[in-house]
Design a protein around this ligand. Structure first.
Ligand code: ZN
Ligand code: ZN
Length: 665
């Protein structure tokens, strides 16, 4: 960096990977020379810390107190694009810059290889196994390849029903990127999904992609970080955190299943992986592909406004036809309190078993029963630390809170009325459906697929292998099942509670239900036989249900967009949630009121609240919040940032800012 000869001490500013919002000045000794992005070790309090040179010294520390840089690390400096990306994400999400930088590091331990490290970056052959594409796929691939060749920012929605061959299409763009010798990144919403895709990518490019997700060992992460930062790893498959790695020459980003809410990181630095991927593409001036069978309303609106291109794959690849969807009106069937499978669905299951076909039963509730109550007095067993019921899990024989780590054995005596042995499980979880299947279809081989039974991609792959080997007749699971698996013998999907998600204060609930049901529908009949979906509901007249039966996305979108506009919701308005939490309920309420009182006037914002968060208590902390609505012309991040500088919260309270919230709990 250029330094004036008048200053004997060269000062630079260094950003540390800690929750600090600004870089601090350090001095350089004579023989040192620094470029922005260089990794340095510096004294920090009583310890030392690793940081990145952010620029020239800013004079925020008096010359006399300046500490010197200890050493430069021998790794390539962070590319300028990555530095600007950190600045951008921090400004938008209001997360401290240092916290965003931490995601670029992964962990300081990854920065320097160990002596014993041996890692040969794989060679990806763009022409290793070129599939035969149909005409629609060829046309779609041509658009994406053009964008890769243009080497500049362009966002495209790759839109096609499940089974239409989207993966083969975006692989053509990846191949072109590899031919240019540039890095290509594919993002997935959940690591449980990686196993199935790894195989497909390996077949296509002759080598397993370089992975980046929390399921890797520390050594794997260190090796992969090194390979990526040195530009040796050209094809990377990762979770949303992979976006922040310091790619020296990223040429393409693909966001698979772009509609997935799992792209939203809800803890620490709160950000949306898909949205930040678009920003990363913009900052790096490279193309991005958003792929989905059920695109988000936000993305469709961006397409409508001409901000994103749109490539459609209308047909299913091969011979499979779209499944038929049948609504089962649960009000017309009188089931006992222990039964959740309606007669029409049971009959369909029996038929499928008879024909040696496979079925899936879907219920988005883990465990055995979502609620346990005392039949004598009606007392419901709640988590003592959260506003949430305890869920019974048969596997552990305990009641668990799904919002914190609290669990307890089922009490013998009711803590309220003292009645003995009167607790009853209410409502179904996937474990209870499995029990019902066992009782009513004793010959069926059933298995459960839920996030708490599959904590790593390997366990997911084992279940998938068993399904493919037809060692399972009926797979019972949560939304984790709705991902991109392909089971040729699967012809029947039963949705136990199609109403879940339609009610409640979440503005995206209808959209999510529609997407989930479309994906579940897409699971069935991907082989030769036409699939059938049975959707159990108590609201068959709801527009989501009607659109489901017709498979009519446009009709659904039209209804939903009108509602969103009327209620000042995304994509027409922008939202932010400010949640204050603490151990003292009154203090939390007072602080939230003060925050509201200081809300900027004439800024165009609409402030709703203060109000208790739906989970008014979580992990022992009381939570009060404000919801902010902003027209799209207002820079909501900046207005909120300025607002917060006028408020001083007591130190024992926490404030979480969520720009573009997806979770409303
Ligand atoms: Zn009781
Ligand atoms: Zn809890």
């Amino acid at each position: 960096m250029p330094t004036s000869s008048a200053t004997p001490i060269k000062t630079i500013s260094v950003l540390l990977s800690a929750p600090l919002d600004k870089p601090y000045d350090y001095s350089l000794s004579k023989e040192m020379d620094a470029t922005p992005g260089a990794f340095v070790e510096v004294p920090f309090g009583a310890r030392t810390a690793i940081g990145v040179v952010w620029g020239k010294g800013q004079g925020n520390i008096p010359q006399k107190k300046l500490k010197s840089v200890i050493r430069f690390l021998s790794i390539p400096p962070v590319p300028e694009t990555s530095l600007r990306f950190v600045d951008w994400v921090s400004a938008y999400t209001l997360a401290p810059k240092g916290a965003v930088l931490k995601m670029l590091f992964g962990n300081p331990k990854f920065l320097e290889p160990k002596k014993k490290d041996r890692y040969e970056a794989p060679f990806f052959d763009p022409d290793y196994n070129q599939p035969i594409l149909n005409q629609e796929q060829k046309n779609a691939a041509a658009v994406l390849i053009d964008n890769v060749n243009a080497q500049r920012y362009a966002a495209v929605l790759l839109d096609g029903v499940t089974g239409s061959g989207k993966t083969e299409v975006f692989c053509e763009a990846i191949a072109q990127c590899l031919r240019q010798g540039r890095q290509a990144l594919v993002l997935l919403p959940e690591i449980a999904m990686t196993a199935a895709l790894i195989d497909r990518f390996t077949e296509r490019f002759g080598h397993k992609p370089v992975l980046w997700h929390s399921g890797l060992t520390e050594k794997q992460r260190r090796l992969h970080w090194q390979a990526i930062a040195h530009g040796k790893a050209l094809f990377i498959l990762g979770a949303r955190s992979a976006l922040f790695l310091p790619y020296p020459d990223l040429g393409l980003i693909v966001v698979d299943e772009e509609h997935e809410a799992a792209y939203k990181q809800e803890e620490g630095t709160i950000y949306h992986g898909r949205d930040m991927a678009v920003v990363r593409a913009h900052v790096g001036n490279i193309p991005i592909v958003l792929s989905s069978a059920t695109p988000s309303l936000e993305t469709l609106e961006n397409v409508r406004q001409g901000k994103y291109g749109h490539v459609i794959l209308p047909q299913r690849y091969g011979t499979a036809a779209m499944p038929s969807v049948e609504l089962v009106d649960m009000r017309a069937h009188k089931l006992s309190a222990q039964e959740f499978i309606s007669p029409p669905l049971l009959k369909a299951l029996e038929d499928a078993l008879e024909k040696k076909q496979q079925a899936m039963l879907f219920l988005n509730r883990r465990g055995y029963a979502p609620l346990t109550l005392c039949r004598a007095c009606g007392h419901r067993l709640e988590c003592p630390r959260c506003t949430a019921w305890l869920t019974e899990h048969k596997a552990s024989g305990r009641l668990h809170c799904h919002h914190c780590d609290y669990s307890m054995a089922l009490p013998k005596v009711c803590p309220v009325c003292g009645a003995e042995g009167r607790f009853a499980a209410c409502g179904p979880g996937v474990e209870r459906i499995a029990e019902e299947v066992k009782e009513r279809l004793p010959d069926a081989r059933a298995a459960i697929m839920a996030s708490d039974t599959l904590d790593d991609p390997k366990a997911a792959q084992e279940l998938v292998d068993k399904m493919n080997a037809h060692e399972i007749d009926i797979l019972i699971g949560t939304q984790i099942m709705a991902k991109g698996y392909h089971f040729p013998r699967l012809t029947l999907v039963g949705v136990i509670d199609g109403d879940l998600g339609l009610a409640g204060g979440d503005p995206r609930a209808s959209e999510r239900t529609f997407q989930l049901l479309q994906q579940m529908a897409g699971r069935s009949g991907r082989g030769e036989d036409k699939g059938h979906v049975f959707l159990q509901t108590t609201a068959p007249e709801h527009p989501v249900m009607k659109a489901m039966v017709k498979g009519d996305r446009d009709a659904f979108m039209a209804i939903e967009l009108k509602e969103r506009q009327a209620y000042r919701l995304p994509p027409f308005w922008r939202l932010a949630i400010l949640t204050v939490s603490g151990l003292d309920a009154n203090q939390v309420i007072r602080a939230t009121q003060e925050l509201a009182a200081k809300a900027p006037r004439d800024s165009g914002l609409r402030i709703l609240g203060p109000a208790p968060a739906p989970f008014a208590k979580l992990r022992g902390r009381y939570r009060h919040r404000l919801m902010v609505q902003a027209p799209r012309t207002v820079n909501v991040s900046q207005v909120v940032r300025e607002w917060l500088t006028t408020v001083k919260l007591p130190r024992n309270l926490r404030l979480a800012v969520d720009i573009d919230p997806y979770s409303f709990l």
